[in-house]
Design a protein around this ligand. Structure first.
Ligand code: ZN
Length: 164
């Protein structure tokens, strides 16, 4: 549980989840992926260059999973929330994995807002996880998955996206 100030900052951050800065996607693997996908991965409103580094939320290549993206929110040089994700437009599927919120920023709506922003940016997808859930996160997934197509149920990646 964080201080009142920290929690107020986190609540304000959650309300800004639509305000995302996009970082360049430039590894050879990711360029290849974009080519394979017919440019879908490159057809973002804001392009593939860094537009606004000062945006409260960041979208960058995942450091853990080649070809995946990481959506993160930062407070005072601190990661307040982060989740890895990937989408397949052809299969209309999305995956998120390993959402992370430090304890002091939990229960401020950051994960809910971050996942909702991803869903709004990719309308019509069913959302899943790879299933690396700990038992104690089942309540979390039940909560954020309520009413969501796919419900963040475990599902293997399709052939079009990196396995993660
Ligand atoms: Zn697919």
């Amino acid at each position: 549980m964080g201080s009142i100030e920290e929690r107020e900052e986190a609540l304000a951050l959650a309300a800004q989840a639509h305000d995302v800065g996009w970082a360049a996607d430039s590894t050879p693997w990711q360029r290849a992926l974009r080519a394979i996908s017919g440019g879908k991965w490159g057809r973002r409103r804001t392009g593939w260059t860094v537009i606004r580094l000062d945006a409260p939320w960041q979208d960058t290549p995942s450091s853990e999973r080649p070809g995946w993206r990481e959506r993160a929110a930062n407070l005072a040089d601190d990661v307040a929330f982060a989740v890895d994700y990937t989408v397949c437009a052809r299969c209309q599927l999305g995956w998120v994995e390993w959402p992370y919120t430090p304890k002091k920023y939990q229960r401020c709506g950051l994960a809910t807002a971050g996942l909702e922003a991803l869903r709004l940016e990719h309308p019509g997808l069913s959302w899943h996880t790879l299933g690396g859930h700990f038992q104690d996160s089942l309540a979390f997934w039940a909560s954020v998955g309520a009413g969501v197509p796919g419900g963040y149920q475990q599902r293997e990646t399709c052939q079009h996206v990196p396995e993660g």
